[in-house]
Ligand binder design. Structure first.
Ligand SMILES: [Zn+2]
Length: 76
C-alpha cells in the first residue's frame, strides 16, 4: 500500500492524509452501514486518531453505536 493515503469528501471541503496502513479493514452490510452509505453496505477502516491528519477543513463528529449484528458483517 502506497503511503500516505489521501482523500476527502465529495465536495472537497474536507481533505485528509493517513500516514500508516489501516489496522483493520472490513466490508459491513449491517442496517446502520446500509443507511449510512445509502447502498448495500460500507467499507470501513480502523485507525489511531494520530494516524490521520486533516489537510483541509474538518469533519463533523458523529457517534453511533451499532447493533453488534456480526452475522451481517465480514472482516478482511
Ligand atoms: Zn455495519
Amino acid at each position: 500500500m502506497k503511503l500516505p493515503i489521501t482523500g476527502g469528501c465529495n465536495c472537497g471541503a474536507v481533505r485528509f492524509e493517513i500516514s500508516t496502513e489501516p489496522r483493520l479493514t472490513s466490508v459491513c452490510h449491517c442496517r446502520e452501514c446500509q443507511r449510512f452509505s445509502g447502498g448495500g453496505g460500507m467499507t470501513n477502516i480502523v485507525l489511531q486518531k494520530s494516524d490521520v491528519s486533516f489537510t483541509k477543513g474538518a469533519p463533523i463528529s458523529h457517534d453511533e453505536m451499532g447493533t453488534g449484528d456480526a452475522s451481517s458483517s465480514s472482516l478482511g
